[in-house]
Design a protein around this ligand. Structure first.
Ligand code: HEC
Ligand code: HEC
Length: 400
């Protein structure tokens, strides 16, 4: 037996990057705070799988599919041998491991594409933005989640297999996937390191990461990108702003409706609510807006064109669904969807001087002004310390 290079560098790079991406995607899947990172990991995994498929034909001997082209029957037979404690040692992938590899590659593709379509429908972003509506992607979202759980199970099985095999054959398989070397009989095909290919792969991944985090993701939060300190006093790091589509804007609306409180984007209430509000503009929550007829009509047209019924953003779709057909709510903060989404916010967060009022949306939604209400742009400001005089981030109207 002699120390032989079995796994070339690209195969090892692929293996550990895919594993890290999976872990990252898993850890960033809960909530939407890290969605930009989650999505990055997903795209990278798809790219890695595409590379691995090519490498299954052009890679070193033991990286080629031809050397581990095992089917389920062989996988089960081998598994039985392992359980019985007398499994034959394979220098390359063993039959059970091989099937796990094919399952993981296939699941990555399924989960990845289901994720892209889910994001296209749910957040109206990414490659599949606008392909499907919010309601149409419910099933794909489930597929994305179930597929990821299945992947986790296969990964767990894979790791168990590596541990069991390592013990049975008294060799550290995880380390050989790092160094590339294993003990093998003379005459075993030796892999070439293929540093050039690994270098190109690494460069490709780094360029993609650079493009993604510095270009694709909006750097506009304070113009500083990635981790950004919010205004002094909050002590909280802003979420990465996830680029959303740009919603239509309208100057008369912004001027007329943004003078007392921050503007509430029309997508947050159905058209009938805006119609009622503008018809009663002389009795607007106790104030007379004093708008003339042409201005009222212009502002109303913009609001109706972009109202919740148009489902321009996820929140619009959900608010529209949550409001009873016969209801004409005048407050966004009274729509069932809004109430439900904000019910878990602690009283101390509402009392925070940087928040003050429920309709100070911009205190927690950094994109409130744009109207997109992306999950990734949401953050609850930390209450400032006693010593800091807190700048209110937006003028808030009086408490209801
Ligand atoms: C003269 C000041 C003033 C102007 C101008 C004004 N508002 Fe208001 N608006 C108020 C006040 C006061 C409230 C009630 C705030 C509260 O109770 O917290 C309010 C509340 C609202 C709410 C309810 C927010 C919630 O709780 O969900 C909406 C929606 C709204 N305004 C829309 C508009 C629109 C649309 C325009 C432009 C046509 C506009 N406002 C212009 C003073 C104004
Ligand atoms: C105290 C901070 C805070 C304020 C103020 C606030 N929100 Fe939120 N908002 C949150 C948090 C936290 C969530 C996320 C809740 C969750 O996902 O469980 C949220 C979620 C949302 C969502 C759902 C986003 C999605 O997934 O589509 C919408 C829409 C929304 N808020 C709109 C508003 C509007 C409109 C206002 C102002 C009238 C407002 N919020 C004021 C903290 C706040």
């Amino acid at each position: 037996m002699q120390r032989t290079l079995i796994w070339d560098l690209p195969t090892r790079l692929f293996h550990w990057t895919l594993a890290s991406c999976f872990a990252t995607a898993w850890l960033t899947s809960d909530g939407d705070r890290w969605i930009a990172v989650h999505v990055f990991a997903g795209y990278l995994m798809l790219g890695l799988v595409a590379f691995r498929v090519l490498w299954g034909f052009w890679g070193s001997h033991f990286s080629r599919f031809a050397t581990f082209w095992f089917g389920p029957r062989e996988a089960i037979a081998y598994l039985k041998e392992v359980v019985a404690g007398h499994a034959a040692r394979h220098v390359g992938h063993n039959p059970t491991g091989s099937v796990a590899i094919y399952i993981l590659l296939a699941l990555t593709v399924v989960v990845g594409f289901a994720g892209i379509v889910t994001m296209g429908g749910d957040e109206q972003q990414g490659l599949a933005a606008g392909w499907f509506s919010f309601s149409q992607i419910e099933v794909l979202k489930k597929l994305h989640e179930a597929g990821a759980i299945l992947m986790l199970l296969v990964v767990a099985g894979h790791i168990t297999g590596v541990v069991v095999e390592s013990v049975q054959h008294k060799e550290n398989l995880a380390r050989s996937m790092v160094t590339g070397y294993k003990q093998a009989e003379p005459g075993t095909p030796i892999a070439m390191a293929r540093r050039g290919v690994a270098g190109v792969l690494l460069l490709g991944m780094l360029s993609f990461a650079g493009w993604w985090f510095y270009y694709a993701i909006d750097r506009q939060i304070d113009g500083q990108g990635w981790h950004v300190k919010l205004e002094s006093g909050t002590g909280e790091e802003a979420h990465v702003k996830f680029v959303g589509k740009q919603l239509a804007d309208n100057k008369p609306w912004r001027d007329e409706c943004g003078s007392c409180h921050s503007v509430f984007y029309p997508a947050l209430l159905p058209a009938r609510s805006w119609e009622k509000m503008m018809a009663e503009q002389d009795k607007h929550f106790g104030s007379d807006l004093g708008l003339d007829a042409p201005t009222t009509a212009a502002v109303l047209k913009f609001m109706v064109d972009n109202s919740a019924d148009k489902h321009l953003i996820e929140a619009a779709f959900k608010i529209d669904k949550s409001v009873a057909k016969e209801a004409t709510p005048q407050r966004i903060t009274e729509t069932p969807y809004w109430v439900n989404k904000h019910r878990e916010i602690a009283a101390s967060d509402w009392a925070n001087p940087l928040v003050k009022s429920k309709n100070n949306c911009a205190a927690c939604h950094t994109d409130a002004d744009d109207g997109t209400y992306e999950d990734g742009a949401m953050q609850i400001p930390k209450a400032p310390k006693m010593t800091v005089s807190a700048p209110a981030s937006a003028p808030a109207p009086a408490k209801p």
